[in-house]
Every structure is written in C-alpha cells, then in structure tokens.
Ligand binder design. Structure first.
Ligand SMILES: O=C(CO)[C@@H](O)[C@H](O)[C@H](O)COP(=O)(O)O
Ligand SMILES: [Fe+2]
Length: 189
C-alpha cells in the first residue's frame, strides 16, 4: 500500500544517478532538428556524437507522484547552433516542472503553444520553474558538459511531435564569438 521512500546520491560531476534508467541521444536521433542540414549530415557521418544522456528515476504514470532525472548535455555545435535537447510539451499539457542546474553553462528555451518564446540562462545553482503549458528545451552554450536535474509529475509524459515538426521560434547560436538568441528563420506560426 505504501511505496518505499528512496534516497540516492546524484554525482554532480558526471550527472550519474546509481540505479537510474539511462537513455542516450545521438546526433542521428535528431534528424531535422538543426538548421544546418549539411553540417548535421557531415557530423553524423564522422562519428555521430552523443548529444545528451538522461538518467531517469521514474514511477508509474499516476497523478500525484513525481519523477526525477539528470541530463548530461554535451558541448558542441551544428553549424552555428549549439547542441540542445529535443524539447517537448508535456503530454498532459498542464503539468509543470522544476530544473536545477548542477554543472556547466547553458540555458532553457521555453515556448507557449502560440509560439511565444523565452530564454533563461542557467549556471550551477539556477532553478528554473517551467509553468504548465510551456514547451522546454535546454541548450549547452559552454565548452564542458551542461548537467541539470529535472523534477516532474509522474503523469506529465512527453509530447515531442509539435517541436520535432516546427521547432522553437528562437534559436541559440554563436556569432562573432558571442551567444545569441535570434529568430528562427524557418519558424512558421
Ligand atoms: O523535461 C524533462 C522531463 O519532463 C527532462 O528530464 C528531459 O526529458 C531531458 O532533459 C531530455 O530532454 P528531451 O529529449 O526529453 O526533450
Ligand atoms: Fe519536461
């Protein structure tokens, strides 16, 4: 009747959570996500780097319960665009989430269903509140792994479809040695 409480030690240096379920996203798993398709293809041919890994401790998809997961987002760029996570709405769209940055440097792009975007810079110690209904994607703007912890309702789920198809209305690029958040030239609302 009662579930067993759990305490685990998250390694803040590597993001590893002992006993967690690990998933790996390579560049080849992200076809169509980056603006520079030629650069994407070249990089997939030349080693297909890991873009990010997720260590998740997840419960049954029931209302009231919580999941947590670390993400290790590697440094890199496709063309001018920094490596990012696929990004998603929650399948149950009104489910919120909390992110806590542990290591490295980056930020989060958030977006409403109407395409209004926000950029929140993140460094170790930054806590980000993802309100209900906002899609979210993290971006590594540094040159070491960007590691963060996410805590989210067990019944939130993931809806990747909309973002996979349309992307975000903003993109995060490096230009003249600077990090810039600019309009996505391919965005159609
Ligand atoms: O937001 C959540 C869970 O709701 C994070 O744990 C991400 O799932 C993870 O950072 C990978 O990103 P995606 O591939 O899921 O967009
Ligand atoms: Fe999420």
């Amino acid at each position: 009747m009662y579930k067993e409480p759990l305490g685990v030690k998250v390694d803040f240096e590597t993001g590893i959570i002992p006993g967690a379920k690990k998933s790996v996203r390579r560049l080849s798993d992200m076809k169509g996500y980056f603006l520079d398709e030629k650069a994407w293809e070249e990089m997939v041919k030349n080693g297909d780097p890991v873009v990010y890994e997720v260590y998740a401790v997840e419960q049954e998809e029931k209302e009231g319960d919580l999941n947590f997961a670390t993400t290790v987002l590697y440094p890199g760029k496709v063309g001018k665009e920094f490596f990012f996570t696929k990004g998603h709405f929650h399948a149950k769209k009104d489910r919120a989430e909390i992110y806590i940055a542990l290591k490295g440097k980056g930020g989060m792009l958030l977006q409403t269903p109407e395409g209004e975007a926000r950029w929140i810079p993140m460094e170790p110690g930054t806590v980000v509140y993802v309100p209900p209904y906002w899609a979210h994607r993290t971006v590594n703007t540094g040159n070491e792994p960007f590691i963060f912890l996410a805590i989210y309702p067990a019944d939130a789920g993931h809806d990747y479809g909309t973002i996979a198809e349309k992307g975000f209305s903003k993109v995060v690029i490096e230009e003249d040695g600077e990090v810039k958040v600019v309009d996505n030239p391919r965005w159609k609302s």
